[in-house]
Design a protein around this ligand. Structure first.
Ligand code: XMP
Length: 329
């Protein structure tokens, strides 16, 4: 595929009209490139892969094969939303892979953070490659690469894998299709909005590849992971209600692997704490803490301790980056 460069004088895509022009151009390019062949996409439900999916559905319809891998570390409601938006509303060719047991079994007892990340990454590639091997006549692989990914890989900050780090027998079968390669993140969001994707998909906060796995520090257990997922859902709901959802850069919960004594209905409990983290940043290198209203903190403490199984204490993380990182692992 010809190298695509972002022209130095390219107009920043900030309006629906500019997004429409971009979509029309990329639809034509994709049709020309793909012809009557099939194209495969790993659809996580994040902003970039969702926008690529919507764009390619517009361009080549059912010739796009989306694979959504549920690794068990997604937020509450995410796999369901992918199925609803892409499988139903956009009538895409969607393969849903329930790999929850496969991932959680592999992660059982693994408490080293780097090993956890490694297993999640490797396993993801394995699951996706298995699906790719099952498909016949797919010549293209679509990716949600965006312009900062290219810049970072040129700077040597982050390895930008061609074909997503897939094993060679799979990678060499495909030609890459990267329709949002020349866009910055804010432009991808304008294009996604114009393609009709729901706001909570287009404007969603950053979410790490290893998902809730890095918010369940130490060896992941299904019950503690569920406590992370449920508390995260409550936090997101309360931030939405308080009008903070689009304003705070990132907010989530962490359930560490230790217990403390509490009391409920006159009886002793021995449960995990739930840590709330809410931060703001422009460059992710330096991060400041969002100071929440006391009423919101009170409501979160009350809801999380009463609604989430296994939690008897709510803590707030007041640490900027540096010295702390955003995620716990
Ligand atoms: P840290 O913890 O390094 O996080 O201060 C900075 C930002 O990066 C996100 N993050 C990731 N994003 N894959 C990603 O795509 C990852 O493995 C990953 N780890 C951290 C984190 O959520 C924060 O926004």
């Amino acid at each position: 595929m010809a190298e695509i460069r972002r022209p130095d004088d390219m107009v920043r895509i900030t309006t629906p009209e500019l997004a429409d022009a971009f979509i029309e151009e990329q639809v034509n390019i994709a049709r020309e490139q793909i012809g009557d062949k099939k194209v495969l996409l790993a659809l996580s439900g994040g902003v970039d892969s969702s926008v690529v999916a919507a764009l390619l559905i517009k361009a080549v319809g059912k010739q796009l094969v989306c694979v959504h891998v549920n690794h068990g570390l997604l937020r509450k409601g995410e796999p369901e939303q992918v199925i609803e938006v892409f499988g139903k509303q956009l009538d895409a060719n969607l393969i849903y892979v329930d790999a929850v047991d496969r991932f959680l079994d592999k992660l059982e007892g693994v408490d080293d953070p780097e090993e956890k990340r490694h297993i999640i990454g490797e396993e993801f590639i394995d699951v996706f490659a298995d699906e790719a091997r099952k498909l016949e006549g797919v010549d293209f692989l679509a990716q949600g690469t965006i312009w900062p990914d290219i810049l970072e890989s040129e700077d040597g900050i982050k390895a930008h894998h061609n074909a997503g780090g897939l094993p060679e027998d799979i990678a060499e079968r495909f030609e890459l299709v990267e329709p949002v390669r020349i866009l910055f993140k804010d432009e991808v969001r304008v294009v996604g909005k114009q393609l009709g994707l729901p706001d909570n998909m287009v404007y969603r906060q950053p979410f790490p590849g290893p998902g809730l796995g890095v918010r369940c520090p130490g060896a992941i257990t299904r019950d503690r992971l569920e406590a992370v997922r449920e508390s995260d859902a409550i936090l997101r709901e309360e931030f939405e209600k308080a009008g903070l959802a689009g304003k705070v850069w990132q907010y989530f919960t962490v359930v560490p692997d230790f217990k403390s004594t509490g009391i409920t209905d006159g009886k002793r409990t021995f449960d995990w704490p739930c840590i709330i983290r809410a931060i703001n940043t422009t460059d992710v290198m330096q991060v400041s803490v969002e100071h929440l209203e006391p009423e919101l903190i009170d409501r979160l403490a009350m809801r999380i301790t009463t609604e989430v199984e296994g939690i008897n204490r709510v803590l707030y993380d007041f640490t900027p980056k540096p010295p702390a990182t955003v995620e716990y692992e």
